[in-house]
Structure formats: structure tokens, C-alpha cells
Design a protein around this ligand. Structure first.
Ligand code: PEP
Ligand code: MN
Length: 463
């Protein structure tokens, strides 16, 4: 989201709030297409009530902010900026507390300071936050001790507790998704506009790193940042001017009727914006070319992401470009690749080359999380820090060898001291996972692992 100075471009826009607006009629076409990963709400009446309420609720983000983000992503696609997108796999209502949200924002701001200083590149800061409440699942059911129940689909749909009642989809949860997103965004706007991002905090960041294989490489960079900030502080540099930062929200646009209910027509241009978040992406499981998600997203003005796994073909990518970015507008489309450390060096080059040779210029971003998920011998869904890092290294290698642009990082992380990912300088081992494994879906880097990764990426970016 952008700074809210009086002349911020958001002021130039207003939305037609009525969902009955003819301008929104075009959006409904997705219902003609096959749709996957959508809940079946138990009562049509209850569903309709919530959707009416959402349709007349204020937008969470504004057209001017979304337009600014598109221009930032255009810069990332050209190598003039770098996207840092991070947050939980699945936000939860219970964990949307001031402390947890602050810790996540702080982590992203710290990582971006490391990247900016280490690589002299502006960082586009984006949370997987304020809307990441719905999850696609590989299986519709889950069995525990011989009992089979519907799977947990994120707090937007049902509850995690393993009982029949809690796993029933409840449309009231969509209203809570909206209000929780709104309170999260409120805090985000306050923190990023009100001095929280103070860079003088940098002193403390490298304290956590006392050993580990990557230590020497980032220790020097951390020391340099520290020194630069002390110098600026000592000469009385204007830290106030650094206090306001741009920060954008994003989530997977999974629940199409929720996304539709939060779409608004920009009264200035007549164009449709998804107003549940600045950046919306289509997941690996919902990117069917003839499916409802691609159709729906093709009609929104927001910058759009699409996840691409190791089996995505050049043809898939080109057809997605034709559907989602027919005008090949800078910043409109971001491909988020999630290949796995063992596949990226084989699978990514052909995709990037095919897209480049067709004259398209999407931003290429790496998600080094989703292709590297394993189960530990003691039964935890986890990832190895070294695999995550290896996929990022592979991503840079591929782009370097092709002369194309590595545009950013998409991470599952938290600002807390959880133990969900193996390794890092904290040496979390399988037994260590038991200490503080809190995620309800996928494992996240903790605060220290996130910073460690940022230092290592800064080094690659500056080469
Ligand atoms: C996710 O980002 O949490 C996710 C489900 O990713 P993907 O669609 O790439 O599997
Ligand atoms: Mn995930």
C-alpha cells in the first residue's frame, strides 16, 4: 500500500460502490467455466446474505495503489527493482494479532533493507498478508485414526479442529475474512506510515547469527549496513524521511465469489479492480486455461501472478499470457515459479526462453518453498533451508545464463521464532521441529532464517 500523503494518487480515484453497477456484469462470466477448489456452502440463503454485505462494504485497497504497484512490478520485470513477497502459507483469524502482524512486517522490512543495501536495488515490499485465508488442497478429505472428515480449507472456509462441525464450510467466515483483512491492513498502513520501519534497528539484526555455514558471507554485509546506519545517525541524517514505506498486500485469489463480491468499478476509468488486495495470484492447482480462475482474473485490472510448477510447458505459459496479458502491459503479469531445487535448473530455462522468444516480458519470481516440501521421519511437513536456498541459487543461475531478469522472491515466512523449516544457522533438526511447530498448512521460515536468506540473496543480487 502506498503512503497516504495528501497528493497520493489514490485520491484521484473513487469507486462506484454498488455491485448492481453494470460495469461489474462482465465479471460473472467465470460461472460458465469449470471451477475447482471451491467450497460448497451448506445454505444458499446464508451465503447470499454474506455476499450482499460484502458487495456493499468499503474496498480494502484502492485503484491508485494498485496502479502504483503495477508500475513497481514493471520495474522488477526489467531489473530496476526486486520484489520481496512474504508471509504465512495460511493466515488465521486467531494469529492476526498486533504482535504477530508487527513481527511479520518487521521481518519483511529488515529483509528488504538487507537486499537494498547489499544489492543497491529498490525493493518492492509485499505481504502474503491481509487476505491469505483460503487454501487449495490436494485432497478433499483427511483421515485421522480411522475417521475421515472434509479437509481444512483455510479460516475463510472452515475451522481446523478435527470435528465434523468445524470442518463444515461456514459463509460467515467470509465476513470475518473481510474484517480481519481490514484490521490487518489498518495496522500495516499505520506501521509503514508511522515510523515503525526505523532503520536504526539494524544494529540488532546480525546478533542472532553466531555460527553456521553461511555466517562469514553475510557477517561482512551486516557489519557494513550497521556502520552505514550509525554514520547516518551520527551526522543527524533525516531518518524521518525514511519512515514512510510503500507496502502492498497480496493473496491467492482462490474463492471466486468472495473476490467477485469485493470487486469494484473505478468511477474514473470504468475498469474493474479486485479490491480484496493489491496483488492477486492464481495457484498451481487453479491455473487451468479453460477454467474459472483464469477467466475471472483476466477481467481485473490488478497485477496478476500465476504459479508455475515443474510440469508447466512453454505452451501453457504463452497461452496464460494471451489470456491474462494480451496487451503485454509492463507489470501486469508475474510468473511465480515453484519448481523444486532438484528441478529448477532443468525446467526453468525452456520456460523463460520460450516466453522471451515470444516477446513477452512478465516478471519472473521464485517461490523456493512449494517445490521443496518433505515429511520428516517424525511426521512433520517441513522443508530444508538448504533446498530453499539451492532453488534460489538455481533461479539466479538460470537467469544469469540466459541474460534474463530474476525479478523477486516469494516466501512463506513468519516474524516469530517458530521451528518449522529444518536447518539454517539455528541448526533446527527433526527433533527441533517439535519445539515450536505452529503452522496449520505449510512450514515457514522463522525470523532468523528469513534474515539469513536475505543476506545470501543480497550477495547473489550484487554479483
Ligand atoms: C501456496 O502458495 O501456499 C500454494 C498453495 O502454492 P502453489 O499454488 O504453488 O502450490
Ligand atoms: Mn503454502
Amino acid at each position: 500500500m502506498t503512503q497516504f500523503s495528501p497528493d497520493a494518487p489514490a485520491r484521484a480515484h473513487s469507486f462506484t460502490l454498488s455491485a448492481a453497477d453494470d460495469g461489474l456484469a462482465a465479471l460473472g462470466g467465470w460461472r460458465e467455466y469449470p471451477r475447482v477448489q471451491q467450497p460448497t456452502w451448506p445454505s444458499e440463503d446464508a451465503r447470499a446474505q454474506v455476499f450482499d454485505r460484502l458487495r456493499s462494504a468499503p474496498p480494502l485497497v484502492f485503484a491508485g495503489e494498485v496502479d502504483v504497484l503495477r508500475s513497481r512490478l514493471a520495474a522488477a520485470a526489467q531489473g530496476e527493482a526486486f520484489l520481496l513477497q512474504g508471509g504465512d502459507c495460511a493466515e488465521t483469524f486467531a494469529d492476526s494479532t498486533a504482535d504477530r502482524i508487527r513481527n511479520k512486517i518487521r521481518t519483511i522490512l529488515q529483509m528488504s533493507a538487507v537486499l537494498t543495501y547489499g544489492a543497491s536495488v529498490p525493493v518492492v515490499k509485499m505481504g502474503r498478508m491481509a487476505g491469505q485465508f483460503a487454501k487449495p488442497r490436494s485432497s478433499d478429505t483427511e483421515t485421522r485414526d480411522g475417521v475421515t472428515l472434509p479437509t481444512y480449507r483455510g479460516d475463510a472456509v472452515n475451522a481446523y479442529a478435527f470435528t465434523e462441525e468445524s470442518r463444515l464450510p461456514d459463509p460467515q467466515r467470509l465476513w470475518e475474512t473481510y474484517t480481519t483483512s481490514a484490521s490487518t491492513l489498518n495496522l500495516l498502513r499505520a506501521f509503514t506510515g508511522g515510523g515503525f520501519a526505523d532503520l536504526r534497528e539494524v544494529h540488532s539484526w546480525n546478533r542472532g547469527f553466531t555460527s553456521g555455514p553461511g555466517y562469514d558471507r553475510y557477517e561482512e554485509l551486516a557489519g557494513q549496513i550497521d556502520k552505514a546506519i550509525r554514520f547516518m545517525d551520527a551526522i543527524g541524517a533525516d531518518f524521518d524521511s525514511l519512515k514512510v514505506v510503500e507496502f502492498f498486500s497480496s493473496h491467492e485469489a482462490l474463492l471466486l465469489d468472495y473476490e467477485e463480491a469485493l470487486s469494484r468499478v473505478d468511477s474514473r476509468t470504468g475498469e474493474i479492480y479486485g479490491c480484496s488486495g493489491h496483488f492477486l495470484w492464481i495457484g498451481e492447482r487453479t491455473r487451468q486455461l479453460d477454467g474459472a480462475h483464469v477467466d475471472f482474473m483476466s477481467k481485473l485490472r490488478n497485477p496478476i501472478g500465476v504459479k508455475l510448477g515443474p510440469n508447466a510447458s512453454v505452451d501453457d505459459a504463452l497461452r496464460l499470457i494471451d489470456r491474462l496479458d494480451p496487451d503485454r502491459e509492463p507489470g501486469r503479469l508475474t510468473f511465480i515459479t515453484r519448481m523444486g531445487a532438484d528441478r529448477i535448473r532443468d525446467a526453468l530455462p525452456a520456460l523463460v526462453e520460450g516466453v522471451r522468444d515470444a516477446g513477452a516480458r512478465p516478471a519472473w519470481v521464485t517461490d523456493p518453498m512449494h517445490g521443496n516440501t518433505i515429511t520428516s521421519s517424525n511426521g512433520y511437513k517441513t522443508r530444508r533451508f538448504e533446498d530453499i536456498l539451492d532453488e534460489v541459487v538455481g533461479f539466479f543461475e538460470v537467469h544469469q545464463s540466459l541474460g534474463t531478469v530474476p525479478g523477486g522472491l516469494h516466501m512463506e515466512l513468519t516474524g516469530d521464532d517458530v521451528t518449522e523449516v529444518l536447518g539454517g544457522s539455528g541448526h533446527i533438526d527433526e527433533a527441533g521441529l517439535e519445539r515450536r511447530y505452529e503452522t496449520l498448512v505449510d512450514p515457514r521460515l522463522n525470523h532468523q532464517q528469513s534474515l539469513e536468506l536475505a543476506f545470501l540473496v543480497a550477495e547473489m543480487l550484487s554479483r
